[in-house]
Design a protein around this ligand. Structure first.
Ligand SMILES: *Cc1c(COP(=O)(O)O)cnc(C)c1O
Length: 385
């Protein structure tokens, strides 16, 4: 059975990508400059964790994001793991975060033998709800010896980890202010948010630490990679130290003052990242144009809405999103488009519905559960010519 509205949207997507083939959700765009940088890197023989491209990528990302320090790591997941370690998360702690996220957010908590506490998201930006956070802190915690304690479990809350969903900014200014009042550090999962700004300020630069991902499906890629962002000299020093096996600086001695992984991004990946970063402004321009065209098209349909940019924000539109009135209609659209080789997909299954996180402590999650049933992501990658 054909659907005129869906066909119109599909025709627009095919026209935009100038393609009759399968259209992916978000493929990386790699070209001659990426090849050249990789060859340069190979010729230099510095292909591993030491090399000038890693330092250059760190400096350029720090400048772009408006933070004092950027520390390159092997991927976003381990960046979150390291960020939690730097902020002092201990086994048995609770870490405040959202159920509507990619599983890496929660896995990073579990790697510390700590437990997530799941809060609902904000309908307007899909990120951690500042309002629900305020309500939770006010009613379910108390401060004891400067520590924030979750009353019913008795567990300590040292860190809150909001995630900027699809590159839309959560109300991060409000979240940071609340957390400061309760002595809780903020780790922004900004894995999807490179290029996104809130009140002109780059996401990941509001909290104590922010983490970016450069996985193959993100706005720019290093193959695999991530970056910690921070304004703190002390946290930056520790991040570099703990991501390089905690080796004490010395010309030949191997001395390590803590047990720590090698989490350093290899130079090869950084070389790729530099070539990609040089194209970021063009990528963002194109992604924002596509988003406005999707919005324009959506305005003429009643079957679904396009999620608009939240107030005071300039999102990267990593993935554009449609919202349907019901799960049944949403599923029909997923079926219809994927059958026609247009890759569309729902948001992640909420974390509290996944096997490893079913018994996770949580607040009521009505917005999370509704959004997870109603949203679809549309092809949003840049055209690569
Ligand atoms: C991509 C992503 C990560 C993980 O990044 P990797 O570099 O793939 O490890 C973490 N959190 C969110 C929300 C992500 O989208």
């Amino acid at each position: 059975m054909s659907n005129k509205v869906y066909d119109e949207l599909i025709a627009f997507i095919r026209e935009h990508y100038q393609s009759k083939e399968a259209i992916p959700l978000h493929a990386p765009c790699l070209g001659q400059t990426e090849k050249k940088m990789l060859i340069d890197c190979i010729d230099s023989t510095f292909v591993s964790s030491v090399g000038k491209y890693v330092d250059q990528l760190e400096n350029q990302i720090a400048a772009y994001c408006g933070v004092k320090h950027a520390i390159a790591v092997t991927n976003g997941t381990l960046g979150l793991y390291l960020g939690l370690r730097l902020l002092g998360v201990q086994p048995g702690d609770l870490v405040l975060t959202q159920s509507l996220t990619f599983v890496a957010t929660l896995n990073a908590v579990k790697m510390h033998h700590a437990d997530p506490y799941l809060l609902d998201v904000d309908e307007n930006n899909l990120g951690l709800s500042a309002q629900k956070l305020a309500h939770f802190l006010e009613n379910e915690t108390r401060i004891e010896d400067g520590e924030c304690i979750h009353i019913s479990s008795g567990k300590i809350i040292r860190v809150c980890m909001p995630m900027h969903t699809l590159g839309f900014p959560a109300e991060i200014d409000r979240i940071c202010k609340l957390c400061r009042q309760y002595g809780i550090a903020v780790l922004e999962d900004a894995a999807e948010a490179l290029g996104s700004r809130y009140y002109e300020r780059h996401l990941g630069s509001f909290g104590d630490i922010g983490v970016l991902s450069f996985n193959g499906n993100k706005v720019i890629t290093t193959g695999g990679g991530g970056m910690l962002l921070t304004d703190s000299d002390e946290l930056a020093y520790e991040a570099k130290h703990l991501s390089t096996t905690a080796k004490m600086p010395h010309a030949w001695l191997f001395e390590h003052d803590e047990a720590a992984y090698n989490l350093r991004m290899p130079n090869l990946n950084a070389a790729l990242g530099l070539a990609q970063l040089a194209k970021l402004a063009d990528f963002l321009k194109e992604k924002r144009l596509l988003a406005s065209e999707y919005q324009h098209l959506c305005a003429s349909f009643e079957e679904f809405d396009c999620l608009p940019a939240p107030q005071n924000s300039q999102p990267n539109f990593w993935l554009n999103a449609l919202r349907f009135p019901s799960k049944a209609e949403r599923d029909e659209f997923l079926e219809y488009t994927n059958k026609r080789s247009i890759q569309t997909r729902p948001l992640w299954t909420p974390m509290h519905l996944l096997k490893p996180y079913q018994s996770t402590l949580r607040d009521h999650l009505p917005v999370t559960e509704q959004l997870a049933e109603q949203i679809v992501n549309l092809p949003s990658g840049v055209r690569c010519v």
